[in-house]
Design a protein around this ligand. Structure first.
Ligand code: ADP
Ligand code: MG
Length: 457
């Protein structure tokens, strides 16, 4: 019989192929296999946070790897280092379809449809700040009278990890709490597409459209992924109209406002604009503190306030990352038997920040800017004094200073061998323009967004 170590190693090699390196190192490396008895593989995780995180984010891949390595009756058991109790996680045969076939509920009349809602995402633990006030209050209004407000559809848009999915689930959960007989259905755009593709393949599109007549509130997450999927868009248009006409509620999330959705048909985009479009922005410092404290929950007394402040001060634009840092911190403290203090927090954050920011080069920044101003790249390296070229060059230097670790000298070198005082002068000029010219300020903000987007990949 294989040892528990090699069994776990086999699981790891499957997992490794399916998650990125950073996640693998953070979440799977620290796990220790402990034993394998009666088909149950026991692994040790550093703490409860860790366990929750893995279950929430990696359950499917974990199940799949256990299934492949231990077979259909395999079970995984977690042991949590500090908290003694053991949690058993059974591996039931895996659901190979991305979504359950809706037709297993044929002819239903107001019978319950599985809603796919995550019961953990509720209003009670959704912290309100200026960044999300509009969406949250619209969500509350909708929950009271789904389909009966002007917010139909509600389109929630905002950057990665800012709480769109959480808010969408919270509204759904509140609706079923307040209206017991109400059918809510939550879907990612991916599952929605899969459903449609399957229905097309099986010739059951009409059934699918009928099925949607039983839904009172439809939530579709990440509609930017509709882009380029014309057939899915057609069917969605159909379903959308049908739901609208019967005063059913529609809630959508997107990473951009409807008007900026590319590859989505105009008629669908127009429908999206009918109701309320609410954006979620990056949370301010106070809101980040409140969110992190909410996530820490009952362990608040174990983490010094200074550490929480330090994390919130440094991680600004992504709440998922804020949580990631926290959990990583707890893991490091437990594994290395260290106290959670500012030094440890600095080490952990350093890892996050450098890993996130390592990718953009001065040249790539210059390319983004050149494209934006529609000037050829090589002009940026030339001696041209044409106004738009000069601005593009100065702005590239400004962004390179903020987004790369390159020295002023290196930056200058990248633009036709300018010396470092020219770079300083350029940065100052750009800063002055930002302070005095609102339009220019917007341009810079837009370019910063582009740079940040490219850092995410
Ligand atoms: P998005 O869908 O916008 O990428 P998510 O909804 O998945 O983001 O949120 C990422 C993480 O941040 C989730 O764990 C979520 O619970 C948390 N989060 C986001 N906003 C809030 C908030 N206002 N209050 C509490 N937790 C939040
Ligand atoms: Mg989401």
């Amino acid at each position: 019989m294989e040892s528990y170590e090699s069994l776990w190693d086999n699981c790891l090699s499957i997992i490794k192929k399916n998650v990125n390196e950073k996640s693998f190192n953070t979440w799977f490396k620290p796990i220790k296999p402990i034993k394998h008895e009666n088909g149950v593989l026991t692994i040790q995780v550093p703490n409860k946070f860790f366990y929750d995180w893995i279950e929430e984010h990696y359950l499917n891949i974990l199940k799949r790897s256990i299934y492949q390595v231990l077979g259909p009756n395999g079970q995984l058991e977690y042991k949590i280092v500090l908290d003694k109790p053991v949690k058993i996680h059974e591996v039931k045969p895996i659901d190979t379809k991305a979504i359950k076939n809706p037709f297993v509920y044929p002819g239903l009349k107001k019978s319950k449809v599985p809603n796919n809602l995550n019961p953990k995402y509720v209003f009670e633990n959704y912290i309100e700040g200026d960044c999300n006030k509009l969406g949250k209050s619209a969500g509350h209004a909708i929950s009271k009278k789904p389909g009966g407000t002007a917010f139909n559809p509600l389109v929630i848009y905002g950057g990665v990890g800012l709480g769109k999915t959480h808010l969408a689930h919270a509204i759904g959960n509140e609706i079923i709490k307040l209206h017991a007989d109400h059918n809510v259905l939550y879907l990612t755009t991916e599952s929605f597409t899969t459903q449609i593709v399957n229905a097309i393949k099986n010739g059951t599109i009409d059934d699918l459209i009928n099925y949607y007549q039983h839904i009172d509130t439809l939530i579709v997450d990440d509609i930017q992924f509709l882009s380029g999927r014309d057939k899915t868009q057609d069917i969605f248009f159909n379903i959308f109209n049908q739901l609208q006409q019967t005063n059913k509620q529609i809630i959508l999330t997107s990473d951009k406002p409807p008007k900026d959705l590319e590859g989505v048909s105009d008629r669908l985009v127009n429908r999206f604009k009918w109701g309320l479009t609410a954006d979620i922005k990056s949370p301010d410092y106070e809101t980040r503190m409140a969110i992190l404290e909410e996530k820490i929950g009952t362990d608040l007394d174990k983490i010094p306030k200074k550490v929480i402040e330090y994390i919130c001060f440094n991680i600004k634009n992504n709440i998922r990352e804020l949580e990631g840092v926290l959990i990583s911190l707890m893991a490091h403290a437990n594994l290395n038997d260290r106290e959670i203090d500012l030094n440890l927090a600095k080490e952990v954050i350093q890892k996050f920040i450098t890993q996130e920011n390592k990718t953009i080069s001065v040249q790539n920044i210059a390319k983004l800017v050149a494209e934006h101003f529609e000037v050829p790249m090589e002009k940026l390296n030339s001696k041209t004094r044409k106004r738009n070229v000069v601005i593009a060059r100065q702005l590239s230097m400004f962004l390179a200073k903020n987004y790369t670790k390159s020295s002023l000298k290196t930056i200058g070198h990248n633009f036709g061998g300018k010396d470092h005082s020219t770079v300083i002068y350029s940065i100052k000029t750009v800063q002055n323009l930002i302070d005095t010219d609102a339009l220019f300020k917007d341009t810079v903000a837009e370019l910063e967004k582009k740079v940040e987007m490219s850092l995410l990949h």
